[in-house]
Ligand binder design. Structure first.
Ligand SMILES: *Cc1c(COP(=O)(O)O)cnc(C)c1O
Length: 356
């Protein structure tokens, strides 16, 4: 039976990314050697890195003021690199969930952190509105998509200070106005590549404005100057990232993907809203993530949670168990997840409702 992969991360990647990565592990670019056992300075891998960086910039329409770098350490290292490089005295953070709070914790090691708003009072089930950013902060940090709680900031905010965005789980799901950001970063394992890689889109002229010395590897400048080859990059994730970027281009780019993603999300949220047995954990339509859809059993049906989970598994669904801090279910419907998988989940929910 076909598996429908709703895992939150690591998560579904385009079929060609998986196939071509498997092929490159056996025979990379006709070298007769594995991509795992050749120099990252050889011409074959340098071509991979160059094309990956170029396509990354092309697909997100990244202006020449910014540079893209690939580094190890995942998004969690970016929680620290972001303030290391951009927080001199004071920064603002929006607290929208567990990942945002981890970013806040790291930032406090480097300077004053103003939490402009938090949705903690309702277990992060909404995006706070109507808050102000102090004018004397160096940036405002936002988590554009809250992977665990299923909320998303779907537009690039208009504020008077530069933005820094954790886009781990919604990068390439929509066009982004990169010019508003000093930094956009994320782990690769949600929408791009296998784990082990982080991307950072850095505004070059915003670097060099902090008083502290920055360790070489943690300085974005190092990675910019060395074309993401300061040290041995995570070669396999970079290879896979290139394959995913090629796929995004083939599909028609991020604007096209946004439409497809919205279409999938509407299909699923409508099914939840119209099914008496389930309810979405995020009420406000505007705040609902088009990447991670969180839902629970409706009030009279809570005892059927386990039964539905088993039922869904029997229908080929995998990875829909909700995060422990929300409970219920979470369907991650990333770029690479076909609409047919969303339809299969909707069918299973409808069938379950009819059964009861
Ligand atoms: C998964 C995730 C992270 C953590 O990524 P790692 O690469 O595991 O460090 C951070 N932020 C968001 C929004 C995520 O979804």
């Amino acid at each position: 039976m076909k598996k429908h992969n709703f895992f939150a991360g690591p998560s579904i990647l385009p079929e060609n990314t998986i196939k071509n990565t498997a092929e490159a592990v056996l025979n990379f670019a006709g070298t007769g050697l594995s991509v795992l056992e050749v120099s990252h300075r050889g011409k074959e891998f340098v071509a991979v890195m160059d094309e990956a960086l170029a396509l990354f910039k092309e697909l997100l329409d990244i202006p020449s003021t910014h540079e893209v770098v690939f580094v190890g350490g995942g998004a969690s290292l970016q929680f620290c690199m972001a303030p290391y490089n951009f927080l001199n005295k004071k920064a603002a953070y929006l607290s929208t969930g567990a990942w945002a709070n981890k970013a806040i914790k790291e930032a406090k090691l480097f300077g004053e952190v103003v939490e402009v708003a938090s949705s903690k009072d309702k277990n992060y089930s909404y995006i706070p509105k109507g808050w102000d950013v102090p004018s004397d902060v160096e940036y405002l940090h936002i988590t554009t998509n809250n992977t665990i709680f299923g909320t998303e900031i779907k537009k690039d905010l208009d504020v008077k200070v530069p933005l820094i965005g954790d886009m781990s789980s919604d990068i390439f799901s929509r066009p982004v106005d990169v010019s508003k950001y000093n930094l956009i970063y994320g782990g690769a394992q949600k929408n791009l590549a296998p784990a082990g890689l982080a991307f950072a889109i850095v505004r070059k002229d915003a670097l060099g404005n902090v008083d502290r010395p920055i360790p070489t590897y943690l300085n974005y400048q190092t990675h910019i100057e060395n074309g993401s080859m300061f040290n041995t990059p995570p070669v396999l994730p970079v290879f896979s990232a290139l394959e995913t970027l090629r796929w995004i281009k083939e599909v028609g780019g991020v604007a096209k993907l946004q439409k497809i993603n919205e279409d999938k999300a509407i299909l699923l949220y409508n099914a939840i809203d119209n099914n008496k047995m389930f309810k979405a954990t995020v009420d406000n339509l505007e705040d609902r993530s088009i990447m991670n859809v969180c839902f629970v059993m409706n009030d009279n049906y809570t005892e059927l949670e386990k039964e539905f989970l088993d039922f869904a598994v029997s229908k080929g669904m995998t990875g829909i168990k909700g995060h422990r801090s929300v409970g219920g279910f979470r369907a991650s419907i990333y770029n690479a997840l076909p609409k047919s998988s969303v339809q299969a989940l909707v069918d299973a929910m409808n069938e379950f409702e009819a059964k009861h």
